[in-house]
Structures are given as structure tokens and as C-alpha cells.
Design a protein around this ligand. Structure first.
Ligand SMILES: NC(=O)c1ccc[n+]([C@@H]2O[C@H](COP(=O)([O-])OP(=O)(O)OC[C@H]3O[C@@H](n4cnc5c(N)ncnc54)[C@H](O)[C@@H]3O)[C@@H](O)[C@H]2O)c1
Length: 249
């Protein structure tokens, strides 16, 4: 399929996991892709180019609004505009709330929620220009249900859910669709940040965070982003699409 021929797509978190798999899928289906990450975006862009696609790479800390503005403007100039924004970068960890370092709370919310807002804020003028713009954010089952030792992560992802709905309403008459994928356990690096339980935590609580269906592969999440961003999903906006093996049902 070539669902994205001629589309200019900007994607965060492309250095690994779901973001990398999504960048590769969109490029394989004809998109020009701007790959953003703290690290590894250059390797993903090089893989796309080696496979005959078109990609640009940018080092970008999405939690820094000035950096985001500069990178979004630079990427838009390189591609000649932006049709699709995919916010996939994210971080998290486990901690008892009564022991959590407030700096860590700020950092997790700063990347997951503020970073998503900054990218939307500075990409929206370009998306509005196209007359057919799309944003797909990354929530989580943790944004739809409460989980232990995850106050910062759950708060940030719950914020992404409401940010997505707010933007969908605000821009539904302006030809910009805004949705979110809410993944469950997926086989990526971020899972390593959630393997060390805080001292005294009961590991049996972990079973609530795992689907009997096991883990997804990043490529399966990429397929969800692609469907939502495609013309086949023309009537979808404001949707939070769980792809989590039934965790949040
Ligand atoms: N893997 C899962 O089980 C799972 C479940 C639910 C939601 N998610 C969400 O999926 C998204 C992708 O995560 P993943 O599973 O591919 O993990 P990952 O760790 O493989 O990828 C996350 C990427 O985000 C990048 N990143 C981190 N901080 C950044 C910053 N400040 N600026 C720019 N980039 C930054 C990392 O460098 C990394 O490449 C995240 O938003 C995550 O919260 C993942």
C-alpha cells in the first residue's frame, strides 16, 4: 500500500521502539519523514534513505519549547510543510508516590504531556495550512486506568488523553483531525524502565498491568498510527484508540 505518498510527516521518538517502527512504515508507504529524538533519529533516517525513501533527522528534546519551535520550523522548511504529526516520544518509571523525586515527576510530565503540547502548538500552523492535517498522539492504558507506582506516568498520559480531545473539538471544523493511540505492553526499551519494582512493592500487582495476550511488537502499534493517520479514517477525530490486549477494558 502507499497510503502516504506526497505526505510530509513529522514524528517524535523515532530513535527506537514504536516511533522507529512507525517512521519506517510511513516512509515505506511513500511519506517524507522528519525523524526527531534525543538520539537515534539519524540511524532511523539513514535506514529509510538506504531503502529508497526520503527522511530528515533532527536532535530534539520535546520537553524544551524553544527547541521544538526551532526544529518544527526547520523540518517544515525542509519538507515544504507538514501534513501529519505523530507524537510518540515518551518516558516513565516506577516509584512510590511518597518517595518520588519531584524533579522526576516534572521530567515525565515535561516529556509526555508538555512535549506533546509543544509539538502540537508549533506544528498546528502548518497543519492548518494543508487543509487536511492530522495529529496522532500517544496515550497509554496508563492514561485510562490507575496503576500503582506510576503517578507521574498515569498523570502525563491522562493529560495526553484530554489534550487530544480538547484539540479534536477545537479544530474539527478546521480540517485538522486529532486522535491518540493508547498502547498496552509493547516490546520496546521503555519496558526496561518499568521492570524494577520499588522496594516493598507486591509483584502480584504487576499482573494487572499485563495482558494474557502477551506483548505487542512495535510494528503492530505502527499499523494503528498508520490507519488513524490515513484517509480511511477520515471521520475519526477525538478518538482514543486502545491497542492493549484488553488491559483497559
Ligand atoms: N512500550 C510500551 O509498553 C508502551 C505502553 C504504553 C505506551 N507507550 C508509549 O509509547 C511511546 C513510545 O515508547 P516506546 O515503547 O517505543 O519506548 P522507547 O523507549 O523505545 O521509545 C521512546 C523514545 O522516546 C525518546 N525520547 C525520550 N525522551 C525524549 C525527549 N525529551 N525528546 C525527544 N525524544 C525523547 C527516546 O529517546 C526513545 O527513542 C511512549 O510515549 C510510551 O509512553 C509504550
Amino acid at each position: 500500500m502507499s497510503r502516504f505518498t506526497g505526505k510530509r510527516v513529522i514524528i517524535t521518538g523515532t530513535g527506537s521502539g514504536i516511533g522507529r517502527a512507525t517512521a519506517l512504515l510511513f516512509a515505506a508507504e511513500g511519506a517524507t519523514v522528519a525523524c526527531l529524538d534525543l538520539k537515534g533519529a539519524d540511524e532511523t533516517a539513514a535506514t529509510i534513505t538506504a531503502d529508497g525513501g526520503t527522511a530528515y533527522a533532527y536532535v530534539c528534546d520535546v520537553s524544551n519549547s524553544a527547541t521544538v519551535k526551532s526544529v518544527v520550523d526547520t523540518a517544515a522548511a525542509a519538507m515544504g510543510g507538514i501534513d501529519i504529526l505523530l507524537n510518540i516520544a515518551g518516558i516513565g518509571h516506577f516509584a512510590w508516590t511518597h518517595e518520588e523525586d519531584p524533579d522526576w515527576f516534572d521530567r515525565i510530565v515535561g516529556v509526555n504531556l508538555n512535549g506533546t503540547f509543544y509539538m502540537c502548538r508549533y506544528a498546528l500552523p502548518y497543519l492548518l495550512e494543508t487543509g487536511n492535517g492530522v495529529i496522532v498522539n500517544t496515550a497509554s492504558n496508563a492514561g485510562l486506568m490507575g496503576l500503582p507506582w506510576s503517578a507521574a506516568y498515569c498523570s502525563s498520559k491522562g493529560g495526553v488523553v484530554q489534550l487530544t480531545r480538547a484539540l479534536a473539538f477545537e479544530y474539527r471544523g478546521k480540517n485538522v483531525r486529532v486522535n491518540a493511540v493508547a498502547p498496552g505492553g509493547t516490546n520496546t526499551n521503555i519496558v526496561n524502565s518499568f521492570t524494577t519494582l520499588p522496594e516493598g512493592a507486591d509483584f502480584r500487582e504487576m499482573s494487572k498491568m499485563m495482558s494474557p495476550m502477551g506483548q505487542a511488537e512495535p510494528s503492530e502499534m505502527a499499523e494503528a498510527f498508520a490507519f488513524i493517520a490515513s484517509q480511511q479514517a477520515r471521520f475519526m477525530t477525538g478518538s482514543i484508540v486502545s491497542v492493549d490486549g484488553g488491559l483497559a477494558c
